[in-house]
Write a protein that binds this ligand. Sequence first.
Ligand SMILES: *[C@@H]1O[C@H](CO)[C@@H](O)[C@H](O)[C@H]1NC(C)=O
Ligand SMILES: *[C@@H]1O[C@H](CO)[C@@H](O)[C@H](O)[C@H]1NC(C)=O
Ligand SMILES: *[C@@H]1O[C@H](CO)[C@@H](O)[C@H](O)[C@H]1NC(C)=O
Ligand SMILES: *[C@@H]1O[C@H](CO)[C@@H](O)[C@H](O)[C@H]1NC(C)=O
Ligand SMILES: CC(=O)N[C@H]1CO[C@H](CO)[C@@H](O)[C@@H]1O
Length: 441
Amino acid sequence: MTLPARSQLSKRLVALVVACALLSLIWFIYEAQLREAYNSLQKQAQQSAAFAKTALARPHNVLTPSTSIFDEPSGTDAQPHSVATPLTTVPDEQSDIDGQPHNVTTPSISVSDQKPDIDSQPHNNVTTLLPSISDEQAKIDAQRHNVTTPSISVFDKEVDAQPAPFPPLPPPDDEEYMAICMAVKNQSMDLPEFFTHYYYHLGIRRFYIFDDGTEPPLSTASYPIPSTAITWIYFQPHIQSAKLDERKGIQEKYYTGCVKMFGDQHTWMGFLDPDEFLEMTGGETLSDFLHGWARNDTVGAVGVNWLVHSSAGLLTRPADGPRKAFNRCILDDPNNDNLKVKTFVRTALFDQMENLHCIAKLKNGAIQVGEDGDLITKTCDRNPITRKRWGLHHYAPKSREEFLQKQQRGKIRGGKSAEGWWKKIENAEQRDCPELTKYVP
Ligand SMILES: *[C@@H]1O[C@H](CO)[C@@H](O)[C@H](O)[C@H]1NC(C)=O
Ligand SMILES: *[C@@H]1O[C@H](CO)[C@@H](O)[C@H](O)[C@H]1NC(C)=O
Ligand SMILES: *[C@@H]1O[C@H](CO)[C@@H](O)[C@H](O)[C@H]1NC(C)=O
Ligand SMILES: *[C@@H]1O[C@H](CO)[C@@H](O)[C@H](O)[C@H]1NC(C)=O
Ligand SMILES: CC(=O)N[C@H]1CO[C@H](CO)[C@@H](O)[C@@H]1O
């Protein structure tokens, strides 16, 4: 009795053990499959997350100033493949330049602890896109970030807020081959657009501003370009007299002084007013244009014809600035102000400014020419009037409101704010002048 009972018990025990072993084996196999499936799912999830980040990184490059990536479809196409590219494949020279926007624009994107790999990707991938952009463009990029949105995250604001520049920006004149001299009084409201235009669209990196006694000083306001690009000068208190006859020739003195003080640091200097906006009409950059003239030692100065804009019927100061608002100008006519030029001088050949419009005295018998190499005489008129390579939009009367303010303001020079002059411009035959209305910024 005991034996069969015992044997039956051990049989059951064996069966149980075998069953357990079988179950374990089945479970083990099942779990292994599960793990494999899970791993592969996780991998897929990571890949698609990574891909989404890559795609996210795109708008940043598109909407910031460097729209030139559109010109290079191959660079854009390379984007998805960069998924597998480690950061170290970026050339070394590039990473310095490219490093700046990162620092500035995305300093505080919060990196989630669980997924450091994925979250760090947008930064890297922005970098890998940039090689298709020229170095110059990347520099401009970096500067614009510095200037306009020093601490805003790319993903929050900038993508929506920054329209692409128009027309494409020239390279910045970092060597300060050219500079602008200007004498101003109480025009802090006009300066921002002036700076913006010349800094971005002409590449100017040095402005000498002779503040003719503005209170508070113009240098205390803030402007939309780096303050390092502006040199403020307060050096001639004795000629800040309010009496007009004592102020005769003051602007010419400022200009001559500007070249004497700073001319050795620049090859060319231009003398402009805050209401004068240069346009390179022939597709050259200002820098290339001036480099061309510097090859001819007979040429000591180059003059650009005015294009005088009217009030366009506006009675009050327009909110969107002169370039957008004053879109009407007077027809070219040898009897009106479009005949006048303003001047860029070659500092090495400069002697003295005798007329604010053009140079009277140049060294070595050098001459002042127009865009065709034509001689400009002491009258500072240029006829025939042409603007094939460059032209100077002159927002002269502006709105009626601003004209009346100009009349009241202590003038740097006499003449231009008389009522008769307003009538002369307003009554002249006019046409649409939309050229600068499209400019961004
Ligand atoms: C970038 O940030 C690092 C760390 O904050 C800093 O050391 C470095 O100077 C910054 N680079 C630039 C170009 O601002
Ligand atoms: C951006 O700003 C930093 C710090 O002010 C400066 O060192 C750097 O040169 C600037 N970058 C550009 C391109 O202006
Ligand atoms: C230099 O410019 C002057 C004035 O336009 C011109 O007459 C002369 O031929 C130019 N010289 C050279 C070498 O191009
Ligand atoms: C200076 O300009 C401001 C703003 O245009 C104006 O309100 C003020 O009256 C001006 N001051 C003088 C002395 O012209
Ligand atoms: C250079 C670099 O880091 N590229 C990254 C781009 O994004 C993918 C995923 O989206 C990453 O795997 C790459 O490392």
